[in-house]
Design a protein around this ligand. Structure first.
Ligand SMILES: [Zn+2]
Length: 370
């Protein structure tokens, strides 16, 4: 069975060519319409075909039933991160290059093909395909909207996120705290800094103090909390003391820390340094138990198909699966083999994409009946 054919690759290239980034919100709808169009080209239609909009972010929902309670949701996203280049796809050997090839236009297309096949074969399962366009921004107007506003529920969600290849399933994600921190100072001429109060330096002092509590992990294998100073804004000229400044900080933590303790620490430290801290978003550490029925079933299918064992791994990255896991729904995070995600030379291995599609389809056909 070949789930990904030449027409699919041609279509995938068309998808990659559309700059579907947050800065081009009109393109977010365009890619979803392209997918819906491509879906219809297969001579099928679904009982539910909807495009939703929330805050200029769009979501495509295709369902083989009218209910809110699903057996399985196939979840992908078609937005990509901003960046220079990478929007002209190229096939080199077995690898397709292009921004979004792996994260996750390629895998999203695989999910569409699985959904089409499930419709054609009339699988006796409640299946919904959801493609969002705000995953790279945090998923608030996509996956969170699906669960909180549209009130969808599912026994299990399949998300082609995290993991290294089809033989690794991500079972644990770090929690995170995203902060915007602002400081105010007093402007003065750069020749007389003692007359002013430097807002950038205030933030720097605060940050270095905070970062002391987050010694940097040496590599992927160190399961430890971490901190990143993502951006810094402030100042207008080299010869003036900046009055206002802002930084963005990304904290990731493990099950060894209490989220509330970390928040308290930022609160007290920001008070000491006269910094205004705003928690933009947060998420807990999430874990799927290793005896989860869906996880075991998927692992068995992968092992049988690939003739290789499955590794259960932890990831520093949070995915949209967290919204499901936070509501106690099972999530299966694994994906095809990809390289250089979020870079202009991002790529996906086509054979691996085919394997992925085949495995997920087998999972559907052998869906654990509980
Ligand atoms: Zn991404």
């Amino acid at each position: 069975m070949n789930l990904i054919n030449n027409d699919d690759l041609k279509f995938l290239k068309q998808l990659i060519r559309v700059e579907s980034t947050a800065a081009h919100s009109e393109n977010l709808k365009v890619v979803l319409e392209m997918v819906l169009d491509y879906f219809h080209q297969h001579g099928v239609s679904a009982p539910k075909e909807e495009i939703h909009e929330k805050s200029e972010k769009y979501l495509l929902l295709l369902s083989n039933n009218q209910d809110l309670k699903q057996d399985i949701i196939l979840l992908g996203h078609l937005d990509v991160v901003e960046g220079e280049g990478g929007f002209e796809p190229q096939l080199e050997g077995d690898w397709l290059y292009g921004r979004g090839a792996g994260d996750m236009k390629g895998p999203a297309l695989a999910l569409l093909k699985i959904f089409i096949l499930a419709l054609k074969e009339k699988l006796d399962l409640k299946i919904t395909l959801v493609l969002t366009t705000d995953e790279e921004l945090g998923g608030e107007n996509g996956t969170k909207y699906l669960l909180d506003d549209l009130a969808y529920q599912t026994k299990v969600v399949v998300v082609p996120n995290n993991g290294k290849n089809i033989n690794t399933i991500c079972v644990k994600e770090k929690g995170f705290l995203h902060y915007r921190l602002r400081a105010s100072g007093k402007a003065a001429h750069g020749a007389r800094p003692w007359k002013g109060e430097n807002s950038i330096l205030k933030l720097m002092d605060f940050y270095y103090q905070l970062a002391k509590f987050y010694p940097e992990p040496k590599d992927d294998n160190q399961w430890k909390k971490s901190i990143n100073l993502g951006y810094i804004k402030g100042g207008t000229a080299l010869n003036s003391v900046p009055e206002q400044a802002e930084i963005g900080v990304d904290i990731r933590f493990t099950e060894k820390e209490e989220q509330a303790d970390l928040i308290d620490q930022v609160k007290s430290l920001s008070g000491d340094y006269e910094v205004e801290a705003e928690l933009l978003s947060s998420g807990p550490v999430l874990e799927i138990p290793q005896d989860n029925v869906y996880l075991l079933s998927l692992a068995e299918i992968i092992e049988e198909y690939s003739k290789a064992s499955v590794d259960f791994i932890s990831s520093s990255m949070a995915s949209d699966a967290r919204f499901f896991m936070a509501k106690k729904m099972s999530a299966l995070c694994f994906r095809p083999e990809t390289k250089h995600l979020h870079a202009a030379d991002e790529s996906i291995r086509i054979a691996s994409l085919e394997d992925y599609a085949f495995i997920v389809y087998q999972f559907l056909k052998n869906f654990p009946n509980i």
